[in-house]
Write a new protein. Structure first.
Length: 735
């Protein structure tokens, strides 16, 4: 039987965590009996010091113990002076902090809120508060009341405090009226609110299912989803209409007219592609058109790029480099070296062990010998660090290179302020999506040489587009594909396995001997695979290879859910590798000191970036703060920032892109079948530097090897370059 709902009344003592996207909140509530209770659920907009009446049920969490799960709640006016001080001092009203809250309550007592609400002129009774400050506080109080009215209105529609504040900034006092007139405008005009939320509001407000506003918003939603979740930059028109009809639950015949209206307004673009009509959002259309125009500008630059080396000079430089480093380049590397140094835009691609790193180092050193200004960059912090290690030169993330300004949502470097460089070299280009690539091209002077390095056979970027493969397929860019295996790669079973996988062949699965570095352990059942992974990570790898099970071993999986997914593996690995340490509830996470965690989004203030991996070094429950050590640097967080992190003993293969680990343990099971692709497996295997252990099902492995990536993204940069269509450069695309 489900637990019977009950009601709690009390004061919010502390908010441990709030996720503004899904409204999930963890807070401490002190009840009338003085007992402190953990309450969880959609407590949107609550503040420390507020009194709440909460209806919900008691639950028992496996790791966090007894919790009260919120179903509904009502905000009550604080009834004590202490409660009012905490309420006003929580940041609720701009200009009122804890000290001023104490002064106000010290003077007005229990009537303080009534004074702010109905008699603001009486604030002059408090020493030190002049007329201007009274006006500021009165305006701030009215502002927060307005936001609160909007929040109360929106709360039942699943919209949280942060979104309510953005809605208020966008529409001001008329927000509720604007929403009632057309709730779908929220999906296109306010960041963080999607079509499904707006549609839920519209249905509750009684808007008809075939209303033009709904049909238009549904089409825009489908185009946006195709870009954000599938990587498409457009959709064939029949496919778009079919998808939109299913999302909207309407007949397809209702959709051509609203689509035509979108095209006519310029919010969508219609164009021909391979003999059929295609539709793109305006921003996606502009991105590919601009990338095409900017690449043409680089290829047809006004003057010769510097340094302008002759064929003989290039040959001499290579001979000097070979003498200096004591090795001789293979024919493929020689060709790549010469073509890269004589091209305005060059691509170097190839699998593991084919010499990309060596070639990159030689090219950079040659350019610098001729006093070229060389800038090195990569899409992620990990990839940038690897590039810096390989070349012995500083390397930055692309966002840092282009000087991203998060507070403004734009980059400093653009056509008016190009990068001061003779050569820009970007590594791991397979990870670069179309919007970021177009931004890079904007910042390139047409006299600057661009060198792109990456493995085109890896999984494509998380963001939209297929930049590297489109550029290579265009036939307009100087491309060198390295195929021969050099250095120790010819003796490495990891490298051999990666190349066999790339050819659609099963890797060797019967490695033996102390020098072997690629192993397959057959465990088709998820329970057995998980237990074997625990043993391999915690015992067998440290014992045989002397590697640290937390710092040196990375578990990779195709997906997060399920018994064999990253979420479960993280939980069991945490307990196995840190068995004697207590678990602390840190926002939505259950952390231990020493835990391996990953940053999930760029944080420019803390200077940690999406994909950075660190170790939890401190947890302070009294202060609701914790610290993580990233590459020797200590970074502090509050519990409310905890959703920017996740346990990282096991991560998805997509999250591993751009990184290399001493040892990789890959769990591959039949339950992962929806995601099993050749390029996914290839990417996972090539993340291991010294050791790769695959644990799982032979059938899953064979399925991954046999399935080339048939889900090709809808992009057209390659076609634009091949056909050389004349498209003008357009203004900034906006997302």
């Amino acid at each position: 039987m489900p637990a019977a709902p009950t009601t709690l009344t009390g004061t919010i003592e502390r908010i441990l965590f709030t996720n503004e996207e899904n409204l999930y909140t963890v807070a401490k509530l002190r009840g009338g009996d003085g007992r402190l209770v953990t309450v969880v659920g959609a407590l949107a907009g609550v503040r420390e010091g507020e009194m709440l009446r909460i209806t919900g049920v008691w639950t028992e969490h496996d790791r966090f113990g007894t919790q009260f799960k919120t179903e509904t709640f009502q905000t009550l006016t604080p009834e004590t002076t202490e409660g009012i001080i905490r309420y006003l001092g929580s940041g609720l009203v701009a200009g009122i902090g804890p000290k001023l809250a104490e002064r106000l309550v010290g003077h007005f007592g229990i009537e303080t809120l009534d004074v702010l609400d109905r008699q603001p002129w009486r604030l002059a009774e408090v020493p030190g508060i002049g007329r201007k400050r009274i006006d500021d506080l009165r305006n701030a109080w009215v502002e927060q009341r307005s936001v609160r009215d909007i929040l109360i209105f929106l709360r039942s529609y699943g919209i949280g405090a942060a979104q309510a504040a953005r809605i208020h900034r966008k529409y001001g006092q008329s927000a509720i009226a604007q929403i009632k007139s057309n709730p779908y405008r929220l999906a296109t005009e306010v960041a963080g609110i999607g079509f499904l939320t707006a549609d839920r509001m519209a249905q509750a407000l009684g808007l008809a299912e075939d209303a033009p506003e709904r049909l238009t918003a549904g089409i825009q939603h489908v185009l946006g989803q195709a870009m954000n979740t599938e990587g498409h930059l457009f959709l064939p028109e029949p496919d778009l209409l079919d998808r939109a009809a299913r999302v909207l639950r309407v007949e397809p015949a209702l959709l051509p007219q609203p689509l035509a209206a979108l095209v006519e307004s310029g919010e969508a673009q219609r164009f021909g592609h391979h003999g059929q009509s295609a539709i793109a959002t305006r921003s996606a259309f502009v991105i590919e058109a601009n990338a095409h125009a900017l690449i043409k500008r680089i290829l047809l630059g006004r003057s010769r790029p510097q340094p302008d080396l002759t064929r003989d000079q290039i040959a001499e430089e290579l001979a000097l480099a070979e003498q200096r480093f004591g090795f001789q380049c293979a024919p493929g590397q020689r060709q790549a070296y010469a073509r890269t140094l004589s091209s305005r835009l060059a691509i170097i691609t190839g699998g593991p062990g084919t010499g990309k790193t060596t070639l990159t180092r030689l090219v950079v050193q040659t350019l610098e010998r001729h006093r070229a200004r060389v800038l090195l960059a990569a899409p992620t912090g990990r990839a940038a660090r690897r590039l810096a290690e390989a070349t012995g030169r500083p390397a930055a993330t692309l966002h840092r290179l282009l000087k991203y300004r998060p507070e403004l949502g734009r980059f400093d470097h653009d056509q008016q302020n190009p990068l001061a460089a003779d050569v820009v070299l970007v590594d791991e280009v397979s990870m670069v999506d179309a919007p970021l690539f177009e931004t890079l091209l904007r910042a390139m002077d047409d006299r600057t040489r661009l060198v792109l390095v990456g493995d085109v056979d890896q999984i494509p970027s998380v963001g939209p587009g297929a930049v590297l493969s489109e550029l290579i397929d265009s036939g307009k860019i100087t491309v060198t594909r390295l195929t021969d295996i050099y250095r120790q790669g010819s003796q490495s079973a990891i490298v051999t396995a990666a190349h066999r996988i790339n050819r659609g062949e099963l890797p060797g699965l019967d490695a033996r001997g102390t020098e072997a570095d690629f192993f397959f352990i057959e465990r088709p059942q998820p329970e057995a695979a998980v237990q074997t992974a625990l043993q391999v990570v915690a015992e067998r790898i440290p014992l045989r290879f002397g590697l640290d099970p937390i710092d040196d071993v990375q578990v990779l999986v195709p997906m997060y859910r399920g018994l064999g997914g990253a979420d479960n593996l993280n939980e069991v690995l945490q307990e196995r590798l840190l068995p004697d340490l207590p678990i602390e509830p840190v926002g939505p996470l259950a952390l231990k000191v020493g835990d391996k965690v990953m940053q999930l989004k760029n944080d420019y203030d803390r200077e940690v970036f999406n994909g950075d991996i660190g170790r939890v070094s401190r947890i302070d429950g009294d202060e609701s703060t914790f610290s993580v050590r990233f590459d020797g640097a200590e970074v502090g967080y509050g519990y409310r920032d905890a959703d920017a992190l996740a346990l990282a003993y096991a991560i998805s293969i997509h999250k591993a892109q751009g990184g290399e680990f001493p040892a990789v343990v890959l769990v591959l099971l039949d339950q992962h079948h929806l995601l099993l692709r050749r390029n996914l497996l290839y990417t996972a295997v090539t993340r291991g530097r010294r050791l790769v252990v695959v644990i799982g099902s032979r059938r899953a492995l064979a399925q991954a090897v046999s399935r080339a990536d048939t889900d090709r993204r809808h992009t057209r940069l390659g076609e634009l370059l091949r056909t050389d269509v004349e498209l003008p450069f357009m203004e900034d695309p906006s997302f």
